[in-house]
Design a protein around this ligand. Structure first.
Ligand SMILES: *[C@@H]1O[C@H](CO)[C@@H](O)[C@H](O)[C@H]1NC(C)=O
Ligand SMILES: *[C@@H]1O[C@H](CO)[C@@H](O)[C@H](O)[C@H]1NC(C)=O
Ligand SMILES: *[C@@H]1O[C@H](CO)[C@@H](O)[C@H](O)[C@H]1NC(C)=O
Length: 156
């Protein structure tokens, strides 16, 4: 789950970059600088901390430290916001769970009314309700290519 979350997070960042034609500090950078930048990012054996320090050194070398630092600050801000959102959803889960169960336990209503009540709760707490439905079901399949994952699995 965490892995899936991380992957989707990086995917979002990648999409945002691609949409804007790359990170802002690559704008107007020389071909050589761009090539070197992606070589650093695509290093499969480097640790994340190494990629970060190499990128920071790269920015100094090509005199884009200010825009690079601004982009980094934005990324950190985004991450902080995402974590805050997760904290909020987790904090809300117990009460939303209680409310959802109360709706399903209430037999003094029609199925249409039950559905309306669930929809109303879902409108107020979209992530919480969807999360609770997820949690109530079977676990998702293991990540593809991961340890114990089905290589070339057919389930996707
Ligand atoms: C990848 O990163 C490692 C660790 O920082 C480094 O030793 C190696 O030279 C890098 N490889 C390439 C192709 O840049
Ligand atoms: C680096 O950029 C700054 C501001 O964009 C500029 O004033 C400075 O001359 C540049 N330095 C080099 C070595 O290119
Ligand atoms: C956090 O949640 C708010 C409110 O739903 C949303 O506007 C914002 O985009 C979320 N932040 C991130 C980083 O997804």
């Amino acid at each position: 789950m965490l892995q899936k979350y991380l992957i989707s997070f990086f995917l979002i960042v990648a999409i945002v970059f691609a949409h804007r034609g790359g990170p802002p500090f690559l704008k107007g950078a020389s071909r050589e600088a761009v090539k070197e930048f992606f070589k650093i990012q695509n290093n499969k054996t480097a640790k994340i901390s190494e990629i970060e320090s190499q990128t920071s050194a790269w920015a100094e070398k090509y005199n884009v430290t200010a825009t690079y630092k601004a982009a980094e600050a934005k990324r950190v801000e985004f991450e902080t916001g995402a974590r805050k959102n997760v904290t909020t959803v987790i904090a809300n889960l117990p009460t939303v769970k209680t409310q959802l169960e109360a709706i399903f336990d209430n037999k003094d209503q029609t199925f249409a009314q039950q559905r309306q009540a669930v929809d109303a709760l879902r409108t107020k707490y979209p992530k919480e309700v969807v999360t609770l439905f997820h949690l109530s079901g079977p676990p998702p399949p293991p990540p593809r290519g991961g340890r114990g994952g089905r290589r070339g699995g057919r389930r996707h």
